[in-house]
Ligand binder design. Structure first.
Ligand SMILES: [Ca+2]
Ligand SMILES: [Ca+2]
Length: 161
């Protein structure tokens, strides 16, 4: 039983390897079980140089409509540009109306092959413009062990806008 989403708290770390940083736009998109995109967050702190090497950036968003945590089915993490980016970890939390964390999704062991770029030849041909984070694989309300297969680099659904 989950409750209405009152806030998202997102933390994303950038790898320390050379060129892991990016100045390109990155968005986190939230989808419901019907495949409808219900949020499209621009991961940008206005007064901060986000996604520098070895840094963790945090973002807070309010939902743009009314729904419950259970309505959330999956996420896309998408880059808009060819300044390749290599994350090292991501955590997404939903907060309820009482101010408590409702559910936390996280991937704390990022595959170092999984660069994001619109130029697929980046990272020796391993780069993709978008990753899918499946709720069913990554949800860890009571489990501290990091999921290992939360992101699907082979999915074919892209949305550009
Ligand atoms: Ca910024
Ligand atoms: Ca880069």
């Amino acid at each position: 039983m989950t409750t209405r989403v009152a806030e998202y708290q997102i933390a994303i770390a950038t790898s320390t390897v050379p060129s892991a940083n990016t100045d390109d736009t990155v968005r986190l998109k939230v989808y419901n079980s019907g495949g409808e995109r219900i949020e499209n967050f621009n991961l940008d702190n206005p007064n901060r140089d986000d996604r520098e090497r070895g840094r963790t950036d945090t973002f807070t968003f309010l939902p743009t409509r009314r729904y419950r945590t259970n309505d959330i089915e999956y996420f896309y993490l998408q880059i808009y540009g060819n300044d390749a980016w290599l994350p090292s970890a991501i955590t997404i939390k939903t907060v309820n109306m009482q101010g408590n964390v409702d559910v936390q999704w996280s991937r704390l062991q990022w595959d170092p092959q999984h660069w994001l770029s619109t130029d697929r030849s980046d990272a020796n041909g391993n780069a993709v413009p978008v990753y899918k984070l499946n709720k069913s694989l990554s949800r860890d309300r009571d489990d501290d062990s990091p999921p290992t297969s939360a992101f699907d680099p082979n999915h074919s659904e892209y949305e550009y806008d």
